[in-house]
Design a protein around this ligand. Structure first.
Ligand SMILES: Nc1ncnc2c1ncn2[C@@H]1O[C@H](COP(=O)(O)OP(=O)(O)OP(=O)(O)O)[C@@H](O)[C@H]1O
Length: 755
């Protein structure tokens, strides 16, 4: 990490000797004052500032557990110099509590409020561990520091570089979104410390020849609960399986996991749990003033606009739930010129731009609209004045991390949460988690409405209209996908009003709910669907034939079904006078006979056909019916021959008709597929993008999930069905757009391509 002038051999040897000597001394010192396992050094009195440090005249060592200055710790001169140059002198609570344990080589589960200095609590032991092991370039990867987001990875890398600048370790930042992955592959084997996101690390494990972590000494998970979360599960499990079990593991977060399962996954050995703020009255920093405001969905943009206009000299971080929301608010508000620079940050931006925006926001007063990509770990130069949560966070942990972007270390900060009437439960949950919130009312007189202006902007800029539609859909989708159904209930939202508040002239269709919600709230629309109706039935209500009651297909036995077949069949013959069976109508009949589903309920029996019943009210099988229509034995014989002949003829005709019908069906399906492909080309790409925006892309996108979403084209009917099944599983209506609508869309598309 540090740059050194070329040194003579003699100087090098001298340095090496003094390092060896220093390491021996440090090891003795650490050994002599090891804190009790399970103890919290915070409970000990700090050493007086002027007390002697290190080896004392009597040969013993000074106490380091409980001390509150970095200079009193058994750490190398190189690390101490780095800390001094960064102006770090006094330790924060989490540093005081954890460093005495971690310097002894113990596994740590560290939990402390946001902005309380957890980064140094793992950077220092990492440097010391490798230093004491005399780790060199030829030793390869000695430490991995994992971060859930690229920005946080970048920030950790900077801290590591500045505090470790006097050490000679090589370190690399391995994060997604950087184009130079091939160059990275060439160098990664020579790096000692990797700061990385899980996806990129796994990519190297999979693709870089001879990539080797078998000598790993320390594994660090910053924002550990997030990395251990389901989103990263597959990547993390794959990574862990390639790491040696014998290593030191350090986990830190403001909302720490204590799950035994998680700890077992990481093979932690009797970890020291150090939750330094557990006794605190609040789970958030004391200097943070938190408020909540009741804001209906359709008033959110008015409120946000008014808030920005009222705080033009502040640095405001605004959280929204999806990339599309962020883009929409950024693009429209920019056009409205609020009088303060606006910026946006989300997972779908190029990495260089993301980094640039992050640094600019640290430097000047401005408003940064962001997804949760900026919610964890980022330290915006301690200078965020306000955190505004326009969309409710998914849970209390997400809330804590978002507001934690302000009031860091010793500075103060303020936050406001917009809660919708349907989300009031969130306030209770936050209170239970020791989060002090003051619910305030906005001054109605100061609220400026922007929806009218947004509507005219959308007329002027058609791109904005498209963006507004996507923002509308992705927001509803994000609510629909939330796990906590007590708080997030898409059926309680005023859909039309929300659409209008975005400036949209019409409420867009919400395909994932399979309902056209025009003119209705979702709850109204959902109330139209019969209870216990499975997804696939929503668009296919059975058509009742008034003349013949429909048999319950589940209740009907096989014979019932067959009886219905023959019933249709014979009734037709009767109607046609037993002669003209090879008509167009019978072609259709033949097709229906092959389709079990429709036969079961017999809803397509041609209108005007008759069913004959016996005295007890049972329908007669066709042959019995023929017999019944004849009086004597001869006529039965005659009729039998006639019937056999007729059946042979019918079989032949049906075969032909069936073939024609299958050809027709194949042709129709092919045409449909082509149209769907064209539509998919635009629509599905956007939907996939939205899904990523909602879930994975805010954080580093776990690679498995991206793979799963790579496009599949459906060339066979089976695959078509499979797709419908998959979509249904995802809660997406495969048939949400009718064929007629699809055709109309495809035609429009074709026209636009030719014009
Ligand atoms: N001992 C210290 N003395 C002075 N400043 C410190 C000290 N330790 C950390 N800081 C500063 O405090 C700020 C917050 O530190 P850090 O980013 O490590 O917090 P954190 O606990 O990791 O927060 P989060 O939970 O949000 O990730 C940083 O600006 C850092 O430089």
């Amino acid at each position: 990490m540090g740059k050194h002038a070329p040194k003579s051999r003699k100087v090098k040897i001298q340095n090496r000797l003094s390092e060896v000597h220093e390491i021996e001394l440090l090891e003795e010192w650490i050994e002599s004052g090891k804190p009790e396992s399970g103890s919290n050094p915070l409970s000990l009195e700090p050493l007086p500032h002027k007390a002697p440090v290190g080896r004392l005249p009597d040969g013993s060592f000074s106490r380091y557990a409980g001390c509150d200055r970095f200079s009193q710790l058994p750490v190398s001169k190189k690390t101490k110099d780095g800390l001094t140059q960064c102006k770090y002198k006094t330790m924060t609570d989490i540093q005081r509590a954890s460093l005495p344990h971690s310097l002894c080589g113990r596994d740590i589960l560290g939990a402390a409020k946001t902005g309380s200095g957890k980064t140094l609590a793992f950077v220092i032991p990492v440097l010391e561990k490798l230093y004491k092991a005399r780790w060199g370039p030829e030793d390869g990867v000695g430490c991995i520091i994992m971060s859930p987001t690229r920005e946080l990875g970048g920030q950790l890398f900077e801290v590591l570089k500045s505090v470790g600048k006097h050490h000679g370790f090589s370190a690399g930042l391995l994060i997604g979104g950087r184009k130079d992955v091939d160059a990275e592959k060439e160098h990664v084997n020579g790096l000692n410390i990797l700061v990385c996101t899980p996806g990129r690390l796994l990519q190297h494990m999979d693709e870089t020849p001879n990539f080797d972590c078998s000598q790993l000494q320390v594994l660090v998970l910053d924002e550990a609960d997030r990395i251990l979360d389901v989103g990263f599960k597959r990547d993390l499990n794959a990574i862990i399986s390639q790491l040696p079990k014998h290593r030191q593991t350090l986990l830190f977060s403001a909302t720490q996991t204590k799950s035994v399962q998680d700890l077992a996954r990481l093979s932690l050995k009797d970890p020291e749990y150090l939750g330094v703020h557990e006794e605190s009255d609040t789970a958030t920093p004391n200097r943070l003033q938190q408020t909540a405001m009741l804001v209906p969905l359709d008033k959110k943009f008015d409120m946000l606009w008014s808030f920005i206009k009222a705080h033009l000299n502040s640095r405001i971080l605004v959280f929204l739930s999806s990339c599309k929301q962020v883009k929409f608010v950024f693009e429209t508000f920019k056009k409205l010129r609020p009088g303060i620079p606006l910026k946006c940050l989300h997972g779908r931006m190029k990495q260089d731009r993301r980094m640039g925006i992050y640094s600019q926001f640290c430097e000047q007063r401005s408003v940064l609209f962001s997804t949760d990509v900026a919610s964890r770990g980022l330290d915006f130069n301690k200078a965020v004045d306000w955190v505004v949560q326009v969309d409710c966070p998914e849970d209390c942990a997400a809330y804590i991390h978002r507001v934690g972007r302000t009031a860091r270390y010793l500075s103060g900060g303020r936050s406001v949460l917009f809660v919708m009437p349907s989300e009031m439960k969130m306030l209770e949950k936050l209170e239970e988690k020791k989060i002090p919130l003051r619910v305030i009312k906005a001054n109605e007189k100061r609220i400026q409405s922007v929806s009218g202006i947004l509507a005219s902007l959308l007329v002027k800029y058609p791109d904005l209209q498209h963006l507004a539609q996507r923002a509308f859909i992705t927001y509803l989708k994000s609510i629909h996908k939330q796990r906590d159904k007590e708080i997030f209930d898409v059926t309680k939202l005023p859909i039309d009003e929300f659409s209008a508040s975005l400036g949209l002239p019409m409420t867009p269709k919400i395909r994932f709910l399979k309902q056209k919600l025009k003119g209705k709230t979702v709850s109204e629309a959902l109330s139209l669907i019969p209870e216990n109706t499975s997804d696939d039935n929503l668009l296919e209500f059975p058509i009742k034939d008034p003349e013949f009651p429909i048999k319950d297909p589940d209740a009907a036995g096989k014979s019932d079904v067959e009886e219905v077949d023959e019933d249709i069949f014979l009734a037709k013959e009767t109607q046609e006078g037993g002669e003209n069976i090879n008509s167009k109508g019978d072609d259709m009949l033949a097709t229906r006979i092959t389709k079990k589903k429709k036969l079961k309920i017999n809803v397509h029996r041609p209108v005007g056909t008759r069913v004959v019943f016996d005295e007890e009210g049972n329908t007669l099988p066709p042959l019995a019916r023929l017999a019944a229509s004849s009086s004597g034995a001869d006529s039965v014989q005659l009729n039998k021959e006639k019937v056999n002949q007729r059946y042979a003829e019918l079989r032949k005709n049906l075969k032909m008709a069936d073939k024609e019908d299958k050809d027709l069906d194949r042709k129709r399906r092919k045409e449909k597929r082509i149209k769907e492909k064209m539509k998919n080309k635009r629509g599905r790409e956007e939907e996939e993008q939205e899904d990523e925006e909602l879930s994975g892309s805010d954080m580093e996108i776990p690679r498995g999930r991206v793979d799963k979403k790579t496009k599949i084209y459906f060339d066979s009917d089976d695959e078509d069905d499979k797709r419908k099944g998959d979509m249904a599983k995802d809660g997406i209506a495969a048939d949400a757009i009718s064929l007629a609508e699809q055709e109309e869309l495809a035609l429009k598309l074709l026209n636009s391509m030719h014009s």
